[in-house]
Design a protein around this ligand. Structure first.
Ligand code: PDD
Length: 275
C-alpha cells in the first residue's frame, strides 16, 4: 500500500508516522470538529465553503484555529498527491489535556490533523433503512461526536443496508452521513436547515443549481409517509456525491428509478460538480 500523506499540527509526515497523545480531547471527549473536502480532477469542490464551515464549527465550540494555515495545509496535501480524485479529511481538536478533565484549561493549544484519501466518485444506488435519530441537539456543528450516526449506520449495515434515513418523532432529519432529497408532484423537497441537520455543502450547491434551472425546490418538514410516497429519493454528500435510493428496508415504496425529474437533477449535479 502506498504511504498516505498527512499533516499533524502543521508538520507533514506519513500517516503511520504520526503519534497522537491519548489525552487529546479528540480522543477522550470528541472535543473536535472536522471537514471532508473533496477534489475531482485535482479541482477542489467548493473549497471556500468547506473552509467557512470549519471556521464556523470551531467558532461554535470556541476552538481557536489559524484558518489560513489550515487552508494551505489542505491545498498542499492535494497538490503533492499522485492521484486526481479524492478528499482531504481535516480535524481540529481543542488540544491535549495534562489530565482528563471535562473543563479545559484556556492554556491548551488547538491540535490539527489532516490526511488525504484517494476516492473514486462513482454513482451508486443505495438500500437504506429508517431509524430514530439518536443524536444530540446540535447536529448543525460538524463535530466528530458521531456515535448516534455510527450506531445507526452499523446496525443498518448488519441488515444489508448502505445508509440510514433518520427521523425525530416521524420528522425526517438526514442520512447517517448525508443530506436527503425527494421528489413528488414535480417538485424537489429537502428538510430545511435546523439544529437537527448538518448544513451540507453538496446540498446547498445542488439546491442553487436546481433552482437556477427552473425546477421547484421546497425546504420544509417532511415525514416518513412523504418518503414512502415519493417518486424518487436521493442522498448527497462530499464523498457519495448524489446517490439514488433504490430500496427502503421493510417498506414498499413508489420509487421510479428512471424518474424524469430525478434524471434532470442528476444531470445538473454531474454538469456542475464533475467537470
Ligand atoms: N459527511 N449530514 C451528515 C451527518 C454528514 O456527515 C454529511 C457529510 C452530510 C453532507 O455534507 P456535505 O455535503 O457537506 O459533505 C450531511 C462527511 C462526508 C463524512 O462525515 O464523511
Amino acid at each position: 500500500m502506498n504511504q498516505i500523506q498527512a499533516v499533524y499540527n502543521g508538520k507533514f509526515d506519513f500517516l503511520d508516522k504520526i503519534k497522537i497523545s491519548p489525552l487529546s480531547r479528540a480522543y477522550t471527549f470528541s472535543d473536535s470538529v472536522y471537514e471532508v473536502i473533496p477534489f475531482y480532477n485535482l479541482k477542489i469542490i467548493a473549497f471556500d465553503k468547506h473552509i467557512l464551515r470549519l471556521k464556523n464549527s470551531c467558532k461554535a465550540l470556541s476552538i481557536a484555529i489559524n484558518i489560513d494555515a489550515t487552508s494551505e495545509e489542505i491545498m498542499h496535501l492535494i497538490k503533492q498527491c499522485d492521484f486526481k480524485d479524492g478528499y482531504v479529511y481535516y480535524q481540529a481538536s481543542r488540544g491535549v489535556d495534562d489530565i482528563r478533565s471535562h473543563i479545559y484549561k484556556e492554556s491548551i493549544s488547538t491540535e490539527t490533523f489532516g490526511y488525504i484519501v484517494e476516492h473514486a466518485f462513482k454513482p451508486k444506488s443505495l438500500k437504506v433503512m429508517f431509524c430514530e435519530d439518536l443524536r444530540w441537539q446540535r447536529c448543525d456543528i460538524k463535530s466528530t461526536s458521531l456515535l448516534g450516526n455510527v450506531m445507526s449506520m452499523n446496525f443498518a449495515s448488519e441488515k444489508g443496508c448502505d445508509e440510514v434515513i433518520m427521523h425525530k418523532n416521524d420528522l425526517i432529519t438526514e442520512g447517517g452521513a448525508s443530506n436527503i432529497f425527494f421528489i413528488n408532484n414535480d417538485c424537489v423537497y429537502t428538510p430545511s436547515l435546523s439544529h437537527n441537520i448538518l448544513p451540507g455543502i453538496t446540498r446547498e450547491l445542488l439546491i442553487t443549481k436546481i433552482k437556477e434551472s427552473g425546477i421547484r425546490v421546497e425546504e420544509g418538514q417532511y415525514t416518513i409517509d412523504d418518503l414512502i410516497n415519493a417518486k424518487s429519493i436521493w442522498l448527497t454528500s462530499s464523498t457519495k456525491g448524489l446517490a439514488q435510493v433504490s430500496e427502503i428496508l421493510d417498506y414498499k415504496t413508489n420509487l421510479e428509478m428512471d424518474n424524469m425529474l430525478f434524471k434532470k437533477c442528476e444531470e445538473i449535479f454531474k454538469n456542475n460538480f464533475f467537470i
